[in-house]
Design a protein around this ligand. Structure first.
Ligand code: SF4
Length: 258
């Protein structure tokens, strides 16, 4: 079984095709996965592997480990572009997410004031005022929206809570006009005999309509890059993604293809 990628709270720095030289912060357990989605393409594997035994890192531990790493990188004169919250699950599920963002901003300002702070979130917790406040304070508020069509999000992202809906997610993301960065994984394939394709004209039109409502700062379109736990997914070619991007650009959206 494909299992978690990150075995520590602070990881990297790694070179990210989307973000540059990135120091990662994993707010999920170091030996398991905690996420409100269970995406077919999740590089950290399926939720079925369980949350592990280590538990969530405490706010104090995250700040201490981050400071140690930043001190070490700063003394070594290492380059850093971005501090990125990602890891083995959904970072906004951490109960101290807002406080951790405050600590990270303080430490960034102290050691690497030019560095950006990014959060990769699946946008399932935007009904929480503390999460919304925290996301407003980061430089790159990157929110997943793999499809604006309910049945497709259910098939690809497999939300854990039955109360999730694509409509609620879009309303949540629309709280950040001009700030949210939409991230959409384009793919096709099948799962349990069901065909999946979020690149059809109907899907692209629904996503465009969602973006008209959200008014994002930019849109990141990408496809599968590494092994996925569901083996029957197909990567969408860069040419095809560029073609889809041109539809968004024609309406004035800023689009990055990764
Ligand atoms: S939201 Fe991210 S961490 Fe969660 S299952 Fe999907 S890809 Fe994995």
């Amino acid at each position: 079984m494909q299992t978690v990628l990150f075995h520590s709270t602070i990881f990297g720095p790694i070179h990210s095709r989307r973000l540059g030289t990135s120091l990662g912060i994993n707010l999920s357990p170091a030996d398991g996965k905690v996420c409100s989605f269970d995406c077919l393409y999740c590089e950290a594997g399926f939720n079925a592997q369980g949350p592990g035994k280590a538990g969530l890192p405490s706010r104090a531990d995250v700040a201490r480990l981050l400071e140690e790493k930043l001190v070490q990188m700063s003394s070594a004169g290492e380059r850093l572009d971005v501090i990125t919250f990602s890891g083995n699950g959904e970072p906004t599920m951490h109960p101290d997410f807002e406080g951790i963002i405050d600590d990270t901003i303080r430490l960034r300002d102290k050691y690497f004031p030019e560095v950006k702070i990014s959060v990769l979130s699946n946008a399932t917790r935007l009904d929480r005022p503390d999460v919304v406040r925290a996301l407003r304070r980061v430089d790159n508020n990157i929110l997943k929206l793999d499809s604006a069509i309910e049945s497709t999000v259910q098939s690809i992202d497999r939300p854990v809570s039955p109360s999730y809906s694509a409509e609620k997610a879009i309303e949540g993301i629309a709280q950040f006009p001009g700030q949210a960065i939409i991230q959409t994984m384009l793919l096709r394939g099948q799962d349990e005999g069901k065909a999946i394709d979020n690149t059809t004209p109907e899907h692209i039109e629904a996503l465009l309509e969602a973006c008209r409502r959200i008014k994002p700062r930019s849109i990141m379109l990408y496809s599968i890059d590494r092994a996925t736990p569901c083996r029957t997914l197909e990567k969408v070619s860069r040419e095809e993604i560029e073609e889809i991007a041109s539809r968004f650009r024609a309406e004035g959206f800023d689009v990055q293809v990764n």
